[in-house]
Design a binder for this molecule. Structure first.
Ligand SMILES: NC(=O)c1ccc[n+]([C@@H]2O[C@H](COP(=O)([O-])OP(=O)(O)OC[C@H]3O[C@@H](n4cnc5c(N)ncnc54)[C@H](OP(=O)(O)O)[C@@H]3O)[C@@H](O)[C@H]2O)c1
Length: 334
């Protein structure tokens, strides 16, 4: 983990969903900080890169007994609400297990923040009408916020890593995510991982809600320009054409995750999320350094794709991908 050293707890910390986009980065950051890490995943596939020091449990958050065993003796646990039909019940299980074990819960989800319950309820009502698929997520985040689990609720903005769902298109010179012509704040999930690890390891960080934002807002055409500069060839923005972004999402995601992404992308094309300097300052304070830029994310991602293509040319494997459940793509054109 970059930034100043932190006072780390010597007790075991638990990552739920360590194969996920955020969970894998939290695991990486915890290991870099020298923590004693336990993970609970539904399958052990895709975890060969982790050192033997990581204690691996295979199980499901639906199984309360399994969760209680995973939570035994841990100082803190990380959980990111997955795109599952029963995500509210899963979150209840996690919150209750943390409360029972006396462990801190560090959580990533979608939250309608505000100074008191009334303001948050009004915001949940308003946002819930705009984005009905977020209603369970808002309810979960409110439940987490009010729990007795010394919770740190992280509120990241739009993930840069969503671009990896559109890898084939990007390499063909198209940026299709409908980020509109005004744009969204974009955060690197590596920073979300670093922020979560800090909150898990440093008991002096008080419970509460914390933003995790990137340094700037990017419109769709601005994202295309960053990819264009990194690739050294033209990348066009096509996000105004719904076909252009629905096809990759339908091809590469399934189930509730696909539905959530489709709904979210229909919505965000109409939104503008300017960068709040106070949120960036709070992110910088939590990380102990400024957040990574979108340009840095794009350059690092391209370098990773290129090194994967060199290591196994034509294999069709996407080595080192952060995304769970996506199909492999050809490594040509990288
Ligand atoms: N994409 C964005 O721009 C963005 C921005 C802000 C917030 N968010 C929020 O971030 C969250 C998604 O995080 P993500 O992208 O990391 O998700 P993800 O890549 O889909 O990973 C979800 C993880 O949850 C685990 N999981 C699912 N069901 C489980 C179960 N029954 N028992 C145990 N583990 C289970 C999976 O575990 P296994 O490892 O066992 O397979 C997987 O690792 C959502 O709440 C989303 O709203 C996303």
């Amino acid at each position: 983990m970059q930034g100043p050293s932190i006072h780390t707890t010597q007790r075991t910390v638990l990552v739920l969903g360590a194969r996920g986009t955020v969970g894998s980065e939290v695991t990486r950051a915890l290991l870099e900080a020298g923590a004693r890490v336990r993970i609970l995943t539904r399958s052990s596939n895709g975890l060969a890169h982790l050192p033997d020091t990581v204690e691996r449990l295979v199980g499901d958050v639906r199984d309360r007994a399994c969760l209680a065993r995973a939570m035994d003796g841990v100082a803190s646990a990380f959980y990111s609400s997955p795109h599952e039909e029963d995500e509210e019940q899963l979150a209840r299980n996690v919150v209750e297990a943390c409360e029972t074990a006396g462990a801190r819960l560090v959580f990533v989800g979608v939250h309608a923040d505000g100074p008191n319950r009334l303001v948050r309820a009004l915001k949940r009502g308003a946002f819930g009408r705009l984005a009905p698929h977020y209603r369970p997520k808002f309810a979960i985040a409110e439940r987490v916020r009010r729990s007795r689990a010394n919770t740190v609720l992280l509120m990241p903005s739009n993930f840069c890593q969503n671009d990896e769902l559109f890898r084939e298109q990007l390499l063909a010179g198209i940026f299709s995510q409908p980020l509109g012509h005004r744009g969204l704040n974009r955060v690197d999930v590596r920073d979300v991982g670093d922020a979560a690890a800090r909150a898990m390891l440093d008991p002096s960080i008080p419970s509460g809600t914390l933003p995790v934002d990137g340094p700037a807002t990017f419109s769709g055409p601005a994202c295309a320009a960053v990819w264009s500069a990194a690739l050294g060839r033209e990348v066009r923005y096509t996000g105004d054409d719904e076909q252009s972004w629905t096809r990759p999402l339908r091809e590469r995601l399934s189930g509730r995750k696909q539905e959530d992404f489709l709904e979210t992308y229909r919505m965000i094309s109409r939104f503008y999320v300017p960068t709040d300097p106070l949120s960036v300052a709070r992110t910088t304070q939590l990380l102990g350094r400024p957040p990574r830029s979108y340009g840095e994310y794009v350059r690092d991602t391209l370098a990773r794709w290129r090194s994967a293509a060199t290591a196994c040319p034509g294999s069709g494997q996407v080595a080192g991908t952060h995304l769970v459940g996506i199909r492999a793509l050809p490594t040509s054109a990288v």
